[in-house]
Structures are given as structure tokens and as C-alpha cells.
Design a protein around this ligand. Structure first.
Ligand code: AKG
Ligand code: FE2
Length: 222
């Protein structure tokens, strides 16, 4: 008798269109998407291994704002970050996964996402990130925020939820930072915060940008 092997949705990084489509349709309908434990398991495991192997030296205090405006402000956020590059196998697998998501969203939603940057974040016990927006309206910088959590066995009493303010009426959602959960939201639309956790909390935060190199100069005059 021939044993049929059923495809395992989480067996590899190849089977991603289902998740990409879930994110695309959620963004279209609501502007945000929450997918519990949805990142391919092998990739989540590898990222978890990597974040655990980073030494304290490879993390630095997270700042607010970019370039000259960049400031470390422990009143707003107290986590530490480490930028992800394609120099390691795991880093490049993650960046490939994000690039495929970018390509899918551009095809499906015509978002015109152009670049992606991301970092690991470590919130030690008690760390937080107060309510903020990842981008400011009118400055076409960060368009889509993406967060993935790397915390096996997270319990409700561990805290550390992401609070996403989804409505003008103050309506909010709380997301448990559980292993492989993937959250995406339009950066200009959704204020959010990270509540203090009772144990170490690991994540990746990333942002897709549109191309801001002065399109007026590049486009031919009408
Ligand atoms: O870790 C999270 O849940 C969100 C992090 C965040 O808001 C940020 O890094 O901008
Ligand atoms: Fe944020």
C-alpha cells in the first residue's frame, strides 16, 4: 500500500503564498493583519537560534528617529536592537522571505514597496515601547510595518503584548508575542505600543518603504 504524505503547511519556506495572501487580503480589508504562529517553522527556528546566539555587544540601545534626529530616549522605549543583514545564512533567508512578501503585496495591492529594513529586538524584563506611530503622514517613508515574534512557550502572564490601536474610538487589540506570530500593519495608520513583559521578549521588527528618491525628477514631464 502506498502511504500518502500530506503536505505540511509549516514544513518549509516554499509554501508561503497562503500566508502572503492572508496578509494581502487583511491589509486590503482592514489595514492590518495578525497571523498566529504563521511564519514557516524552519525559518522561525533558525531566527530564534540566531537571536539567542547574538552576544550582548551585538545589541545596542534602540533610538527614536533617524539620522541626525536619532536619539536614545529610555522614556519612550527601553529595548535593544540588532540590525539584520544578509551576511548570515539565516539573515538572508529572512530577507528572502520578506522580499517575496514585498513582491506579492506589490503585485496584489500595487503598494509600490521598494526597500526593506529590519532588526532583532530584545526587551528584557520590564522593557517597553510607549504608544507611537512608525511613520508620519505625508512623509512617504515607512509604509508597511512587519513584526515577527520569537518566544516559544509564551504564557498570558508573561505580558509583553503588542497593543494595536485599530480605531479612532480608541478601540485596541492585544497580540501575544508567541512563537512565529506575524503582524503587519500600515505604518501611518496604526499607533501601537509594547507592554512590559515579565521575561525576555524577542522579536523582529521591519519596515517596507516606498521609493522617495524624488519621483518628480525621474518621471518625464506630462
Ligand atoms: O515588538 C513589537 O510588538 C512592536 C515593536 C515596535 O513597535 C517597533 O519596533 O516599532
Ligand atoms: Fe512600532
Amino acid at each position: 500500500m502506498v502511504a500518502l504524505k500530506l503536505p505540511d503547511r509549516h514544513s518549509g519556506e516554499g509554501d508561503v503564498p497562503h500566508l502572503y495572501e492572508a496578509i494581502a487580503s487583511d491589509l486590503l480589508n482592514k489595514g492590518y493583519s495578525i497571523n498566529i504562529g504563521a511564519l514557516p517553522e524552519a525559518l522561525t527556528e533558525a531566527l530564534w537560534q540566531q537571536v539567542q546566539s547574538l552576544s550582548q555587544q551585538e545589541f545596542s540601545a534602540a533610538g527614536i528617529g533617524r539620522d541626525k534626529g536619532h536619539m536614545v530616549n529610555n522614556f519612550v522605549r527601553s529595548d535593544e536592537i540588532s540590525w539584520i543583514t544578509g551576511e548570515t545564512d539565516t539573515g538572508s533567508r529572512w530577507l528572502d522571505w520578506a522580499a517575496q512578501l514585498q513582491a506579492y503585496l506589490n503585485r496584489r495591492l500595487l503598494l509600490g514597496l521598494f526597500s526593506f529594513e529590519s532588526h532583532y529586538a530584545h526587551y528584557a524584563r520590564g522593557d517597553f515601547y510607549k504608544k507611537h506611530l512608525d511613520a508620519f503622514k505625508g512623509q512617504a517613508n515607512r509604509t508597511l510595518s512587519l513584526v515577527v515574534y520569537l518566544n516559544p512557550g509564551w504564557q498570558p502572564e508573561d505580558g509583553g503584548e503588542l497593543v494595536l490601536y485599530t480605531g479612532d474610538d480608541g478601540h485596541k487589540l492585544q497580540v501575544t508575542p508567541g512563537f512565529g506570530t506575524v503582524v503587519a500593519f500600515l505604518s501611518e495608520e496604526f499607533p501601537h505600543e509594547v507592554l512590559p513583559a515579565q521575561r525576555d521578549r524577542y522579536s523582529i521588527a521591519g519596515w517596507f518603504r516606498v521609493n522617495t528618491t524624488n519621483s518628480a525628477k525621474v518621471d518625464p514631464p506630462a
